[in-house]
Design a protein around this ligand. Structure first.
Ligand SMILES: Nc1ncnc2c1ncn2[C@@H]1O[C@H](COP(=O)(O)OP(=O)(O)OP(=O)(O)O)[C@@H](O)[C@H]1O
Ligand SMILES: [Mg+2]
Length: 467
């Protein structure tokens, strides 16, 4: 498929398929200033043009009265089979709802009821083309990134992740401790592994230790080891994790859960670089790089006297903060596509892409479980999917109750808000640039900013932090 062509051409191409001459000329007249317009009056003509010209978007009359049984739904089916990112907007008359739902389920982007209000339709078209651009850019990016990624498994191209990569690169050749902050599922362990496996310690062990999962009375011997007979049940000598990690890296996960006693012992270890097995008499020299992670705010744990400040300063020489997925707009589809790739291969499925509603939902969903949740949803969808397109239902993101009460206006609002957010992010809060990018006037954008109560200043602040 010539997907790249859709992205790189100077002017987007729209194919208007309608058997009514009046509609064809109305749309041509209304849209020709902004787009290259092609016209077809029946299904066969439409398919010929679609194959030869690859329009970005098709407005498709759902009925297409002609002598053949090739109606709009048939054309839609052909387009979907071609598995391009072509957007299809069904133009409907007074057809049964069922008919329209069928079209949406088959993969149409949206539908629009006659009589046509050109201004409204223009918004839908603009939005569809914008989403298409994001989808295509992400696909291109994800295939490019597969070839030139620095840190094998970490996917992400957003500004915050660039900052993360640049810190990782700088710490690789050193032994300084690194503290990784981030909500659950944001990739803390992945980053810790990257730090280890890209460093000169790569051939030595990487030892993860979950400070929250091991009961306190066992943790000390887990970390430092014990001698035979050191306590009841210590039938033999056991090496501790720090000893096992010698010359490599110890990853202290959930460091915020470490008890006060063990905080003291860890601090001593960091200062002296030696360990003493429980019940042991001789300290042992070990050379271990420490990478710690937490989803707690350690500074407020210090305030609450749950965490020792001296240990904190030792551990946090370098800190890396992983952004929550919901703040990584540009990366959501990149990650989703790469998991799609991974799991279609693993489960030997032929699935090509997500449908438009699934894309919209993924872009607006809160992702409280972050990348882990996205990965699990995509994996499940790949396993469950019965055709070659992944829908909201497959992802478990079809909130049926919510959908029933959601009007088209709500959907348009959500999507508009999202795209304004994206544009302001890209332009670092520059309203004029964002308006230009969105193809609307500054005044309109200001109106929308006001209506959605968007804080433009936040985008300026936010970006200074990373620039
Ligand atoms: N940037 C990323 N690119 C690719 N995969 C990622 C990324 N971030 C996270 N993942 C995947 O998401 C899952 C969770 O990541 P990881 O275990 O590193 O998160 P975590 O921050 O340690 O979570 P927790 O706090 O719950 O332990 C893993 O399967 C990991 O491979
Ligand atoms: Mg983890």
């Amino acid at each position: 498929m010539r997907k790249n062509e859709l992205l790189t051409r100077d002017q987007n191409t729209i194919l208007v398929v309608d058997d009514e001459e009046g509609i064809r000329s109305q749309l041509k007249w209304a849209l020709a200033d902004d787009y290259k317009i092609l016209l077809a009056e029946n299904a066969d003509q439409a398919i010929d043009i679609i194959k030869s010209d690859m329009p970005n978007l098709v407005t498709l009359d759902i009925t297409l009265s002609s002598n053949s049984d090739r109606d709009g739904l048939w054309v839609l089916e052909q387009i979907v089979k071609m598995s391009t990112r072509m957007k299809v907007i069904m133009i409907t008359g007074n057809e049964e709802k069922e008919f329209i739902h069928k079209a949406i389920n088959m993969g149409a982007y949206d539908y629009y009821k006659k009589p046509i209000d050109i201004d409204e339709l223009k918004i839908i078209i603009k939005r569809a083309l914008y989403i298409q651009r994001i989808e295509l850019e992400n696909e291109t990016l994800s295939s490019r990134m597969r070839e030139e990624r620095h840190f094998d498994d970490i996917i992400g191209d957003c500004q915050q992740m660039q900052e993360v990569y640049s810190i990782i690169k700088r710490v690789l050749s050193t032994d300084v401790p690194v503290l990784i902050y981030g909500e659950s599922g944001t990739g803390k362990e992945l980053v810790a592994r990257a730090i280890h496996y890209q460093s000169i310690r790569a051939k030595k062990p990487f030892i993860p230790i979950n400070c929250g999962a091991i009961p306190e009375n066992l943790l000390e011997s887990e970390l430092f080891g014990h001698e035979k007979g050191a306590f009841t049940g210590a039938y033999y000598q056991k090496k501790g994790k720090f000893e096992l990690a010698n010359e490599g890296t110890a990853f202290l996960d959930e460091i915020g859960e470490l008890s006060p006693t063990l905080q003291v012992k860890l601090l001593r270890f960091l200062q002296e670089k030696e360990i003493e097995r429980v019940g042991g008499k001789q300290p042992l020299q070990v050379n271990v790089r420490i990478v710690a992670a937490t989803n707690k705010n350690l500074e407020s744990e210090i305030q609450k006297q749950n965490f020792r400040p001296d240990l904190y300063y030792r551990l946090s020489v370098i800190t890396i903060t992983l952004p929550p997925l919901r703040d990584r707009n540009d990366d959501i589809l990149l990650l989703a596509n790469s998991f799609l790739n991974r799991y279609t291969k693993e489960y030997d499925k032929r699935i090509f892409h997500f449908d438009s509603l699934a894309v919209e939902r993924m872009m607006t969903y809160k992702w409280l479980g972050n990348v882990r949740e996205l990965e699990n949803r995509v994996k499940r969808a790949v396993i469950m999917s019965t055709n070659n397109i992944i829908s909201c239902e497959d992802l478990g993101l079809d909130d049926k109750v919510q959908q029933k009460n959601t009007t088209l206006v709500d959907i348009v609002d959500t999507v508009q808000r999202k795209h304004i957010d994206l544009a302001l992010n890209r332009t670092k809060g520059n309203v004029s640039k964002a308006a230009r990018e969105l193809g609307i006037s500054r005044v309109t954008l200001y109106d929308l900013i006001h209506r959605f109560n968007i804080k433009v200043n936040e985008y300026r602040k936010h970006n200074y932090q990373y620039s």
